[in-house]
Design a protein around this ligand. Structure first.
Ligand SMILES: [Zn+2]
Length: 109
């Protein structure tokens, strides 16, 4: 059920975690230890992840960084779990579709 991240997923995470926030250094340090542990069953590219160095976090999610594709069509959010580590990348409705390319993402305030 767990799998490595694709290059595309990792590029998007690198883009989204290149932000100036207090948690960002620790979150970036997790990137090399992530596996995908959940995939949305609706067919979109949303996915859950965990840092294999730590125990599973519970399902309490907190919004951390939101972004939008340059064409404005796709918005997504990077969510942390209860312990403040990466937990879920959610592609939001109404265009619950595919992951934009990393270069195409603008971080929302
Ligand atoms: Zn979905």
């Amino acid at each position: 059920m767990e799998r490595p991240l694709t290059d595309h997923e990792m590029e998007v995470l690198r883009r989204l975690t290149a932000v100036d926030k207090p948690e960002a250094p620790a979150v970036r340090a997790s990137l090399n230890y992530l596996v995908v542990d959940d995939e949305c069953d609706c067919g979109c590219d949303s996915f859950g992840m965990r840092d294999t160095r730590f125990p599973q976090q519970d399902h309490h999610l907190q919004s951390w960084v939101d972004a939008r594709s340059a064409d404005g069509v796709t918005t997504l959010g990077l969510l942390l779990g209860s312990d403040g580590r990466l937990k879920y990348l959610d592609i939001y409705t109404p265009n619950q579709g595919h992951l934009p390319t990393a270069e195409d993402l603008e971080i929302l305030p």
